[in-house]
Design a protein. Structure first.
Length: 444
């Protein structure tokens, strides 16, 4: 399941061939190693707005080295620009003035984060100027290169003190395969964040339910949540019981073998969590299937099974856990959508409908949840797993290269994004759908 093309173009002869033939030459992405600092290098902070004064303190609390004074001979690992002070379009030139001279002074796999004000929370010229930031960051993401990522974080007025968990994710190698994204903080409900006493184990004392946990992306979600301190309760079909049990033993977790589409699955899960763990803090709806066919050849059972596993089951389980108050205060509900649910895909009308429905679940519940509970989703692009290994070679190659990083992502990339949503510090991160797709050229 490794990326053989990337291996080849990293060799001396492959490098030369790729250069001469104009082929993509993907940069090996840096990924987070347990215990490593969040940022290896200096973060340069620029701009002028509501967040400028507090930014150095927030970064300092995260153990990140930052400066507000660019030095001629320095290179930077990350740039954070506070654009919340831009209230009319003429002020947008501040972006060009700050970023242009710095673009050749970035380390490998650099990070860029632009902070803006949620456009819907302001009016007139300010709304126009703030909305413009989206085009800037999405374009810079496509041109930054060398494994770099660029994001826009809209911070609603009142949510200024809730940005730390998001910066910790977006500035670190945990966001290796996330780029060109727009995140909203404080746009729905809560605007404050719960404290995070230890940023290396933010989920200490939390109980996390992960469906489809026996392999692939689900296995990595279980591993990352465990690394961050959570007790993981893994769910998978009875056929996967031995793999699930072995993994949960390794992670000192708990397991529940059931088909999530079973009529009594929501009640069984609720009962298991209440009696065995006193409830649950984090619910990750990862289990999913594909049954691809063009619509002309789509039999009813292929349609029904995909909608059943990917959408109806997460919705029923979520509603049961909320109705019976099994999810604790400051709880987290996290869906796994897909780029197919945003851009559509040939042969996937059933799958794309189910994944767009997961986004609908986020949108419909984000304003209704209370007690500090949030609901968000990740939308993975091409992730190298058993599911995508089954895709024919040519389609797989196109799928892997058609993004700003010219490579597929790893299951851990999806898991890290989920761990960010799961953090107690992410109370104000609600109602978001974040793509983990290397900024794929398809879709928005
Ligand atoms: N791999 C990708 O590129 C990609 C891209 C976008 C979205 N996704 C989504 O990510 C999630 C994980 O994908 P993956 O690639 O790891 O797939 P996978 O097939 O490797 O793993 C899916 C897991 O879900 C379990 N599962 C399936 N039906 C179930 C049911 N009825 N009850 C309980 N468990 C069930 C399976 O047994 C399996 O362990 C899925 O929701 C998938 O749609 C994957």
């Amino acid at each position: 399941m490794s990326d053989r093309y990337q291996g080849f173009v990293s060799s001396p002869i492959g490098k030369m061939l790729a250069k001469n033939l104009g082929l993509p030459s993907p940069t090996p992405l840096e990924r987070y190693a347990e215990g490593a600092p969040l940022v290896r290098g200096t973060v340069l902070v620029g701009g002028d707005g509501r967040l400028t004064v507090q930014l150095p303190g927030v970064l300092d609390d995260l153990g990140v080295n930052s400066t507000t004074e660019p030095a001629d001979d320095e290179t930077y690992k990350a740039l954070v620009f506070d654009a919340t002070g831009i209230t009319e379009t003429t002020g947008l030139v501040a972006l060009q003035e700050f970023f242009s001279p710095l673009m050749r002074r970035l380390d490998t796999c650099p990070r860029v984060v632009v902070l803006g004000t949620t456009p819907e929370s302001v009016e007139g010229s300010e709304r126009v100027a703030q909305r413009a930031l989206e085009g800037f960051t999405r374009s810079l993401g496509k041109e930054i290169g060398r494994g770099g990522t660029v994001q826009l974080v809209y911070v609603s007025p009142g949510a200024e003190a809730a940005i730390a968990s998001t910066l910790a994710f977006l500035l670190s190698p945990k966001s290796a395969y996330v780029s060109g994204q727009v995140v909203r903080i404080g746009a729905h409900g809560e605007q404050e964040a719960a404290p995070v006493p230890d940023w290396t184990r933010p989920l200490e004392g939390k109980v996390a339910l992960v469906t489809g946990a026996s392999r692939g992306i689900g296995e990595q979600i279980a591993r990352v949540l465990h690394r961050d301190g959570a007790k993981v309760v893994g769910v998978d079909v009875p056929q996967a019981a031995s793999e699930l049990q072995a993994l949960m033993r390794e992670l000192d977790g708990d397991h529940l073998s059931l088909d999530i589409t079973a009529k009594d699955a929501p009640q069984r899960i609720a009962h298991h969590l209440k009696t065995g763990h006193g409830g649950v803090d984090i619910v990750v709806h990862n289990a999913g299937i594909t049954r691809d066919r063009k619509l002309a050849n789509m039999a009813e059972d292929r349609w029904a099974s995909v909608i059943g596993v990917n959408l109806t089951a997460p919705e029923r389980i979520t509603r049961a856990l909320l109705d019976e108050a099994v999810i604790g205060d400051n709880g987290r509900i996290i869906g796994v959508a897909s780029i197919a649910g945003i851009a559509g895909n040939v042969g996937q009308t059933n799958y794309a409908a189910s994944k767009a429905g997961v986004i609908g679940l986020v949108e419909s519940l984000a304003d209704d949840v209370d007690r500090g509970i949030t609901i968000n989703a990740v939308a993975p692009g091409f992730i190298i797993t058993a599911m995508t290994a089954a895709v024919p070679f040519a389609t797989r190659e196109v799928g892997q290269r058609l993004n700003a990083m010219s490579q597929g992502g790893l299951p851990v990339d999806v898991a890290e994004a989920i761990a960010w949503f799961a953090s107690p510090g992410s109370t104000a991160v609600n109602g978001n759908v974040v793509r983990v797709c290397g900024q794929m050229m398809l879709g928005a």
